[in-house]
Design a protein around this ligand. Sequence first.
Ligand SMILES: *Cc1c(COP(=O)(O)O)cnc(C)c1O
Length: 362
Amino acid sequence: MSDRIYNFNPGPAALPLPALEKAQKELLNYMGTGMSMMETSHRSKEFDEVLNECKSLLTSLMKIPENYQVLFLQGGASLQFAMIPMNFLEDGKSADYINTGSWSAKAIKEAKLISKVNIAATSENDDFRLIPKQEDIQFDPAACYAHITSNNTIKGTQWPAFPDTGNVPLIVDMSSDILCREVDVKQFGLIYAGAQKNLGGSGVTLVIIRNDLLEKQARELPTMLRYTTYSEKNSLYNTPPSFAIYIVKLCMEWVRDQGGVTAIQKFNEEKGRLLYGMMEKYPEFYRGTVEPGSRSLMNVTMRLPSEDLEKQFISEAKEAGFHGLKGHRSVGGIRVSMYNAISVKAIQDLCGFMETFQKKNS
Ligand SMILES: *Cc1c(COP(=O)(O)O)cnc(C)c1O
């Protein structure tokens, strides 16, 4: 597969090659049905098996306890920003939000349309270079829930450990780091993630929700905006994004074949050691933008000595086969998105390129 590039796109992002190859192999004739999974009824035995296998893979990979439901929705993580307060934020009450960057801010904006928001902590004064410490967070014990963004895709920070919210359900946006490391699902009332970074392609959103939250219904809502619609019908109330769910299933098979989340975490730690190590070797040239204790293993952000050098870096990297390294338009600089499907080899090769580039240009 020599025509495949090193794809460091932030999302939609690189997918595991074995998953793509299996999708290709099955594209025209899924399991002898004579049609594609894309053309198969969502009420068919074939799709039912895909859906249930996808759920069961996720359940075993993440060790999801029995009192949680695994749901597949549409509308991206962005619709979750609205559905969460619609379903759980009662009129006159408030929810805690921790602001660690652009995605948190978008979640806060939606919640404010529904009721009150308490900003329990924010790293805005530090230009979002760090994750707040437990002792700096003012949780409200009467909050309907507390919301955090576990990995800040744009700013390059990631919660090293999750905060203790006592009896208040903790809700987490894991769009850009789900399955990157072992996580105790029991810490959360609800986990959500758009699929297009670490789970599969775009078009489907994973929601893992604890049963007691399903019983909390803050208000009357249209059918498609209630979590119970999805939990009661096994995500089949209406036509689900069946092909996107099928791709998630193939990617979860790949995670399993790698040795599960334990093995994936080891690869990710190795990738982080290599890339942050290269930046630490040339700290004046590859200047990390976040505090070392808050560094992300998924999105590594840095600045070079000048914007001209950054442009040159991005274009020479592209010529050398490393794509998608431009920082988000709101922050500039360089961003290396290295989700689960990015191999250790890809980061070794990128580090080789960085070393040469540094020598030539400093
Ligand atoms: C990409 C991203 C989103 C937005 O996801 P959509 O599926 O495009 O709505 C939300 N939160 C985080 C942390 C993200 O990385």
